[in-house]
Design a binder for this molecule. Structure first.
Ligand code: FES
Length: 306
């Protein structure tokens, strides 16, 4: 698994309970390139792994920016990044992954953010503005909005909706779902659910903060897991999780969220059929790939390209 070390070079307040961090290579070397919609995992000293969308400018080759909202009821990840990580401090991170890319060829892009879920949309909106694409960002927030300085740079391409008096009707806010219009949502689970109820799935893209509950595996049965390249195999009972089995077979498959939302454990499958329970692969991608942390198998053999 490829990790890099990052050093905190600057930290500044950026709205209510939000700390904007600038992370660089400790020796100032350029960082791996990324595209709008990408996120990284940070590996914290307390054993937690936390994913954050990159919210800076991909053209800044020597720095990544993330915005961390303090989560009072969380398990301590955001609190550590707020209180314990000082400028000059270092921590390991994954390479960037993009499971929330802009749709190429769409005529119009509607971006819907809930609170700190606006972070992936900052570079996405900048890229759309740079290419002259038709787009608009709707940000739902309660009280003062996050990242006010960054939002100001979006000009009239953003509409703020203070939900202190209730959430607006998403169907009315997004308008008719015409062919050629792609809509995106990043925010808390309730907002993503409402978005998916209001917009056709084939033109919808979502980015989750936390893994939603997994559906059961009603069609699963005992199966043989086969690694095509190494020839290794393992018999597994119905519903057995794939990741531990892959690790037992010596396959170097990465993982992070272990809930089907981050893209770390993507594997090509050759024979199945697999049962997909992730929230990121599009229908066409499922014909060839699965997310090993949540996938099951509906056939007698699951053959992976490993
Ligand atoms: S570990 Fe995140 S999708 Fe599998």
């Amino acid at each position: 698994m490829r990790h890099i070390r990052l050093a905190l070079r600057a930290a500044e307040p950026a709205g209510p309970g939000i700390r904007l961090l600038t992370l660089m290579d400790p020796d100032g070397w350029p960082l791996p390139r990324w595209r709008p919609g990408a996120h990284i995992d940070l590996h914290l000293p307390n054993g937690l792994t936390r994913a954050y969308s990159l919210c800076g400018d991909p053209a800044e080759a020597d720095r990544w920016r993330i915005a961390v909202k303090r989560e009072p009821g969380g398990r301590g990840g955001s609190a550590w990044l707020h209180d314990a990580l000082a400028v000059g401090g270092e921590l390991p991170a994954s390479l960037p992954r993009c499971t929330f890319p802009l749709a190429e060829g769409a005529r119009r892009h509607l971006l819907l953010a809930g609170g700190i879920g606006v972070t992936p949309f900052l570079p996405m909106a900048a890229a759309l503005a740079g290419s002259g694409a038709d787009h608009h960002l709707h940000l739902l927030h309660r009280g003062p909005p996050p990242l006010p300085a960054q939002l100001g740079a979006l000009g009239d391409r953003i509409t703020l909706h203070d939900t202190s008096g209730g959430r607006p009707d998403l169907g009315r806010l997004l308008g008719p779902s015409e062919p050629g219009t792609e809509a995106y949502c990043c925010g808390p689970p309730g907002l993503i659910e409402a978005f998916l109820a209001a917009w056709p799935a084939e033109r919808a893209r979502v980015e989750h903060f936390t893994p939603p509950p997994l559906p059961p595996l009603p069609d699963s049965r005992p199966f043989t897991l086969v690694l095509a390249r190494s020839g290794r195999r393992l018999d597994l009972p119905a519903g057995a999780p794939l990741l531990p089995a892959l690790h037992a077979l010596g396959a170097a498959v990465e993982s992070s969220c272990e809930g089907g939302i981050c893209g770390a454990c993507r594997v090509r499958w050759l024979e199945g059929p697999p049962i997909h329970r992730d929230r990121i692969l599009r229908p066409g991608e499922r014909e060839t790939h699965l997310m090993a942390c949540v996938a099951g198998c509906a056939g007698p053999r699951l053959v992976l390209d490993l």
